[in-house]
Design a protein around this ligand. Structure first.
Ligand code: ADP
Ligand code: ZN
Length: 723
């Protein structure tokens, strides 16, 4: 070590801290910015990242020393700049953003000395339920670390350790991670149509320029956008770079992974919330070392420690699921573009129903606009027909109009598949007492309980509170007068099963199927095992169902009046997407849309297939109100256990707000969901003209505000939830 090498380092910890802390470097230890280190803080020791080297000596204070440096590639300059950027934009403590990047604690162990457990020879004398779960998992799985076994079995590590001591588990050296297969850019390339080839050429060119650009790949459902952006990925891979393909979590299906594998001749790495710790560790390390070349992941994959990232594709870029709602409230599509700008590489946004934000950016010339206007091969875009429910209303207690029921019957008779779309989980959204008019609400939230007949429960969709369906009214105690109001998918299924007793019916909803079950269900639908499918928004997303020729939207009016500035755009996207599931195979499809408001511009646009007309109207409305993308929004939500105290605290902030030219402060007002999980909620909305530094305004206003007790203050820049 030379005499003038730094003796201290500023280390950022993955905690709610605004900046790094300074530590002394012990003699003989040299570190670089981006290195991962272990440092003490209070009585504990933490993993941290060297943010910069410093010359300071702690200003006379005795500095504590870095304990050790981990043998891993350092977090790149680009990635650290990205973390700084995200923290600044979302007015979030820097350490909280670093935490998003360190979601694989196992990666920091020393692989050589680690112990794993596999099933042993001895049966334990005392076999509790907890122990039995651990042994069952150990019997089926590979050798795993104690922490991983414990997590999978839902027990403490002490249970695992005790089983090992009793000889029921056997300790072995942790096997090394499986290596990542190298993708072949040319492996499963399809021959592209002329239109596709033109589009692919533009995307390849953006990769070849080796600078930042954003390309909006705007193509109708079934036009082959996936095949086209695969070409951009191939170009980046051929250049030795890593590629991130972001998908909404729900679209990350086995079917899709296999498609990527066929195209590139190697299974891609995956990153999503359901991964086991050991697999997280493997992918995290593989990404840091540059061995994982393709990662197909949900939004948090953006924060993996990329070594040589050269392209991000954001599929279904219009999806609300890209917005993280808890913790750091980031939008993965927007931050992908920021990463691309900092890392000087292209970003491709793909959608059949692009967000207004992206379309306006394309119009302004900030994004390239690559279009695919026809479906691949013989497939035709399905025409949409509006069913005026005022004229064709079904009898009370049923929801299928005669024209829609007819269409279903025809579809089934010709051996095809039909999908009925209703974005409401459960049996009925509301339960009323016909004797006293009482409505059964959640005790913790400002919301009604939803009946789930399949599970024989009433359930809150906000906090998860459940209660058995009561035999009598909880208020007036009258028996037999509680009635369900309105339909959910389960109730619709009842009607459908009565009308079409021969149909092979299935319901796709997140309550009824999750994880592997859901993946199996989706596969069965695409294989045509069922010919009648009832589904929530789960089915609207990117799936390819080749036998599907009819889509019925049961209630198109459901999401129109939600007080959300994007409600119209979102309804449009959802219906265009779900309609786009029809007719993707050889036979043409059609979509029937039930509405009580056939004159609404959205219904008119759907009937005419006039996307541009609808969006022009949406743009006009948003521009007039200075709403995104014509203005900036931020929400400040104040919550607390005590209603009065929360209100008082919310109101006390108003006089502290600085004057800001071009900034409008709305509120405080009770949030539309003014009670959630027992927390009272008040809200401010900040609306600012484009180009205004709304973060500076928020900091000047709120930096010194310290909520006490159960009170919380959350800042949400670019909010997507207006509840
Ligand atoms: P999108 O993503 O635009 O909805 P996909 O890429 O999923 O469309 O393509 C729709 C279907 O058409 C898929 O089954 C896909 O394999 C097929 N397809 C698209 N382009 C081609 C091509 N050039 N050759 C053969 N099949 C194609
Ligand atoms: Zn609730």
């Amino acid at each position: 070590m030379s005499a003038d090498s730094p003796k201290t380092a500023d280390v950022l910890l993955p905690l709610a801290l605004e900046g790094p802390y300074t530590y002394a470097l012990p003699h003989g230890l040299s570190v670089k910015p981006g290195d991962y280190v272990e440092v003490p803080l209070g009585p504990r020791s933490y993993l941290g990242c060297v943010w910069r080297l410093s010359e300071g000596d702690g200003g006379g204070k005795t500095l504590r020393e870095v304990v050790q440096k981990f043998d891993l590639p350092p977090l790149s300059d680009t990635h650290r700049a990205f973390i700084d950027w995200v923290a600044n934009y979302y007015v979030e403590p820097l350490g909280n953003v670093l935490r998003l990047c360190l979601r694989a604690p196992g990666a920091f162990g020393d692989a050589k000395t680690e112990i794993a457990y596999r099933i042993g020879r001895i049966r334990p004398q005392k076999l509790t339920a907890q122990r039995a779960r651990v042994l069952e998992i150990a019997r089926e799985g590979p050798a795993m670390k104690a922490s991983e076994l414990a997590e999978l079995a839902g027990v403490g590590t002490s249970v695992v350790k005790a089983l090992a001591k009793a000889g029921a588990l056997e300790a072995v050296a942790l096997p090394p991670h499986r290596a990542f297969a190298t993708p072949d850019p040319a492996a499963g390339k399809l021959s592209l149509s002329r239109e596709q080839e033109e589009a692919a050429k533009e995307l390849r060119a953006s990769v070849a320029r080796r600078g930042h650009s954003t390309q909006l790949l705007d193509g109708v459902t079934g036009s082959g956008k996936t095949e086209v952006y695969f070409e951009a990925m191939a170009a980046a891979l051929a250049g030795g770079q890593q590629v991130l393909l972001l998908l909404p979590e729900i679209a990350l299906t086995q079917q899709f992974i296999e498609r990527v594998e066929r195209r590139f001749g190697a299974p891609p790495a995956q990153w999503h919330s359901g991964m086991r710790p050991r697999e997280r560790e493997r992918v995290w390390r593989g990404v840091a070392q540059g061995n994982a070349k393709i990662v197909v992941g949900a939004r948090s994959a953006l924060f993996l420690p990329w070594a040589r990232l050269g392209l991000i594709v954001v599929d279904e870029e219009h999806e609300g699921a890209y917005k993280q709602e808890d913790g750091v409230p980031y939008h993965a599509r927007d931050m992908a573009i920021v990463y691309g700008a900092l890392g000087k590489f292209p970003v491709v946004l793909s959608s059949a129903t692009p967000s207004l934000e992206s379309l306006v950016n394309a119009e302004r010339g900030r994004y390239g606009h690559v279009r695919l206007d026809t479906r691949h091969g013989a497939a035709e875009l399905p025409p949409s027909h509006i069913i005026d429910m005022r004229a064709s209303a079904p009898p009370s207690g049923s929801w299928l109009s005669e024209p829609l029921a007819q269409a279903v019957a025809e579809t089934l008779a010709s051996g095809d598949q039909a999908l009925l779309f209703l974005n409401r989980r459960g049996y009925a959204p509301l339960t009323l007492c016909r004797a006293c008019g009482h409505r059964i609400d959640c005790p913790n939230c400002a919301a009604s309980l939803v009946e789930h007949r399949f599970r024989k429960q009433l359930m809150c969709h906000h906090c998860g509170h459940t209660t058995p369906i009561p035999p009598e009214c909880p208020k007036c105690a009258t028996q037999g007068k509680l009635v369900p109001c309105g339909p959910g998918v389960e109730r619709l299924a009842e009607e459908v099963a009565q009308r079409f007793p021969e149909a092979r019916l299935t319901i796709l909803s997140s309550d009824l199927a999750r994880g592997t079950l859901l993946k199996d269900a989706l596969r069965e639908v695409s294989e045509g095992v069922h010919n009648l499918v009832i589904g929530t928004q789960l089915v609207a997303k990117g799936h390819h169902f080749p036998h599907l020729t009819l889509v019925g939207v049961v209630d198109a009016d459901l999401a129109l009046d939600s007080g959300d500035p994007r409600a119209g755009e979102r309804s449009w996207a959802q219906m265009a997407q779900v309609a786009g599931r029809a007719g993707r195979g050889e036979k043409p499809g059609r979509a029937l849309i039930q509405t009580y408001r056939p004159e609404h511009p959205l219904m008119q646009a759907l009937a005419k297939g006039d996307r541009d007309g609808f969006l022009a109207e949406e743009k006009r409305l948003r521009e007039g109100a200075e709403l995104p993308p014509y203005g900036l929004l931020a929400a400040i939500v104040i919550s607390g256990r005590d209603g009065l105290e929360t209100e008082r605290f919310a109101r006390s902030l108003q006089p502290l707000a600085p004057y800001g030219e071009g900034v409008h402060l709305l509120g405080p007002a009770p949030a539309p969901m003014h009670l959630v999980r027992g927390l009272y909620r008040w809200r401010y909305l900040v609306r600012a003209r484009r180009g205004i530094n709304v973060q500076a305004f928020l900091r000047a206003w709120l930096a010194e505000v310290k909520p006490k007790g159960s009170l919380r203050l959350a800042i949400d820049v670019d909010p997507y939830s207006f509840l």
